[in-house]
Structures are given as structure tokens and as C-alpha cells.
Design a protein around this ligand. Sequence first.
Ligand code: F6P
Length: 552
Amino acid sequence: MTNNTAPHPMQASLTARPAWKALDAHSQAMRQVHLRQLFAEDPRRGERLAVEAAGFYLDYSKNRITDETIRLLLQLAQECGLRERIDAMFSGQKINVTEQRAVLHTALRAAKDERVMVDGVDVVPEVHAVLDRMAAFCRQVRSGHWTGHTGKRIRHVVNIGIGGSDLGPAMACQALRHYSQRNLDFRFVSNVDGTDFAEAVHDLAPEETLFIICSKTFTTLETLTNARTARAWCLAKLGDEKAVRRHFVAVSTNAAEVSKFGIDTANMFGFWDWVGGRYSMESAIGLSTMLAIGPEQFREMLSGFHAMDRHFRSTPFERNLPVLMGLLTVWYTNFFDANTVAVLPYEQYLARFPAYLQQLAMESNGKHVTLDGAPVDYQTSPIYWGEPGTNGQHSFYQLIHQGTRLVPCDFIGFVQPLNPLEHHHDQLIANLLAQTEALAFGKTEQEVRADGTPDRLAPHRVFEGNRPTNTLLGERLTPQSLGSLVALYEHSVFTQGVIWNIDSFDQWGVELGKALAQRTIPELESAQEPQLAHDSSTNTLIRRYRLLRRRD
Ligand code: F6P
């Protein structure tokens, strides 16, 4: 261990902590309490249980909590050392203990005059140097000064990457499309399924296309396979190896592999091992985002991240948005047996936000052992999922309203529309508000009968209510507010991980499948019948695949 390694004291088991036990007892009582009662008892509840920061207003009053719940959750945060863990993260301690790495995505959005030390080096100047190089490159492409091999202007940008090297930029490019330069078009290829690449380029001309190969490690199977295919596709038309220089740039921490692939490292934008893949959308991995919205608006996005970072780091926990949201997730996951969190953006541009959050939350906190390697005896990350409103209302909301499971929901909306077509926006937001109201208060049998509903239908039309929701309201979706929103969830996920005493920054769970795939690829491809040594199910499936594949 280096001196810089974050201490993670042999903790008492989480479930033995006084606050945990108190929450356990308190939750038994709270299960009997209805939100109708809580609102009736406190007419100001809706104003009181709300906090505001970095452009977002969080109404958390429609949660199954009392002041006592919050007091106990805050006590739990304190017993788990949340304050110390936040300081450890921001100050560059190696809190990713299994990989012995600092976790400093917050340094990516630090202002130029801040200092963030990693192993005795201030990393902020390096961060800004890369941002400046990205900005210069983006200006050239956006203005048409960077041309393709034949001298034609770049019109299409294809980002090739997967996981954190895809989901963040893909989400951000879509979220900020309103602010993007429309004569450039952006596509994202991630899947090793050839269809992904084929469909992405089927109407493109190589001479007008720029590929960004994004991979932190530059060893990821899917990305390298797609990148090789892209190079072959490009050269098939352009003929000349020199074309690669004008049509391929790389984003990576691994200059050696980039160069081995054939991309000039002069066309590489770097980042650092202290940036996790799923926390990298504002690093050079965001090159496509910067190409889309331009360097100035990209900096605005960084300032939004930074505003939420400052809030998270310095605001007392009882008014701290990410802390409150993280603790509420712990509350439902561990004390109400909730298995999922639905994230429901009432903003079409955020259509990919739930998918982005899935990696952020589930790759971070889907863990089964503590920092010390001891098995946990409590649930960790819930499953995050969601779709934009109002579409979900006509599909899965039925289960949220009347199903047998508790599904805590985050509703996200903005006051100002980006496309103000008459009536649309007020209808959209009316639906958001109506859903949270219906979920909280439901409709009693008495109310149903009072509507004249016949006896046999009455039970079907009852809404139990008491379904918890957060409402996040921003003024307008902008680069800045997107940055704040993403940082809010990053820190909420961090808060959950601290309580669960897990390493939120490694991802060992993806390794086994990768290794088995590497072993299986030659077994599918070889001309000779392979010696198979898997289980009988996998062996049979491989034989069947080989047989049918050859018939084609
Ligand atoms: O397999 C999981 C993972 O390592 C993610 O954590 C990461 O975002 C993704 O693969 C892509 O990795 P890379 O950027 O190194 O290609």
C-alpha cells in the first residue's frame, strides 16, 4: 500500500451498526404509514422536503420517510464515514483499492486554478492541456479546415467504443443535439454484432467520415474488431494507407496500442488511469460531444459538473442532493426490499440517460464483497432502468401503479422546452406531475365507488398509492444542466457505495465472460472439429452452432 492509499478500516458489518439497526426497526413502523397520512399531518411537507443545487430542484417529499428517517439515514452516513470518503476521493487517495487507483473524474472538471495532486503531481494542467488540444481539433473539423484524405469536408463522425467509451458520449450527443452543429452527423458503433457497424455506415462515404476509436485500454475485443473493420471499409474506397491519418483519431490511455493499431499518436487524445470508463464522458472520451456542441459549450457542460461537485463536497448532508438521493436508494433497497429504481426523464433528448445510468450505477455498485473482500450480508445496487415519459405511461407504468412490487422512481423534467410547440410542453409536464401525484396518493375504494364504478370493477380500479418518487426539476436542458445531472447521479452512486462499503470503481464482474469468449472464438471459427471441454450444455450449443453455421 502506498501512503496515498485510502484507509478503509476493518469496518463493523454494516448491519451491526447502530444506525442500521435503528433504521431496521424504524422501517417496520414506516411500512404501515401512508403518504396520504404524512401529507395530511404536515401541510408544508411538499415545501419542506425539497432542496436545490446547481440548477436542480429536488422534491423528495413523496418518499415514505419522516424527519426521523432522514435523521437515521444521515446518522448511517456518518457512521459509515461518508464525509471522510468524499474527502478521500476528491483529494486523490487511492480509493479504488482493488486496482490501487485514485478516482478523480472530479479533476476532469476542475477549474484551471485548482490543484489536484496524484502521486505528487498536480493533474489539472494536464487535464486542461488535453481539453485545449481537443478544442483545437474540434474547431478544425467543425470549420471544415480538417478535411478527409481526398480534400472533402468531414460530414459524419462515427464513434467506435463500448461501455463507458460509448454510453456517455452517445447519451450526451443525443441529449445536447439541440445545441449541436447540424451539418455534422454522429453515429455510435459499440456492439461486435456486425449489424451495428454495417447499419451505421451503410449510407456514408468514407471520404467524408471521421472515426473516433475510443478505448481506455485499447484492448477491448469489440472496439478493436469494429476499428479494424472501419479501417478496412475506409481503405477499400480510399485505397491509400495514408488516409488513416485523416480519418482516424484515437482516445485512449494506451499510446503503445494506439500506435500498434496504426493510428498516429499525434492524432490521439489521452486520459488517465484515475478516470474510470463509466466516469469518463467529460474526458477526451467526450471528443464526439465536443465536436457536436463545440469547445465553448463543452466547457459549459464541465462547469455544470463542477457546480454539482462543489455542492456535493461542501454542503451539509441534510441539504445535499446526491447524498439524499443516494441514502433514499439505500432506504428502499435495504429496508423495503426494492429491487429496482426507475429513471423517467420527461425530456425526449434524455432518451439514452437511463441506459447510461445502468452502467454508472450497476457496474459501480453491483458487488458482492466489501472493500476487505468479505461477503456482504445485505443487498447492493438496485437495477436501474427507465424510458422517457410519456411513452412509459402507456407501457410499464401499470406495474408501478398497481403491481405487487415497490418501484421507487426518479422523475426528471425541465421547465422550459427546447422545442416549444404549442401545448406540448405543458401537457408533458402535467403528465409528470400527475404521475407522481397518482403514485403517492392513489385512489381509494371509496373514491372509486363514489365515481359510480360497479362493484365487480371496483377492486381493479383501486390505486393503493404510497409509491415513492423523487422529482428533479431543472430550468432547461443545457450543456451545463446535463453536466450537473450526470454529476448528481455519479455522487449518488458513490454515496450508496460508501454505505455498502464496496469498491464502486472496479468491475471484476465483466472479466469471466470476456475470458470465456476468448476461449470460445477459436472453437467456433476453427476448420477442424475442436476438442471441447466445457460443460455439456455449452459443448452441445457449440456443436449445434458449428453444424448450422456451415450449412449457410
Ligand atoms: O468490460 C467493461 C469495461 O471495462 C467498462 O468498464 C468500460 O467502460 C468498457 O469495458 C470499455 O473499456 P475500454 O474503454 O477500455 O475499451
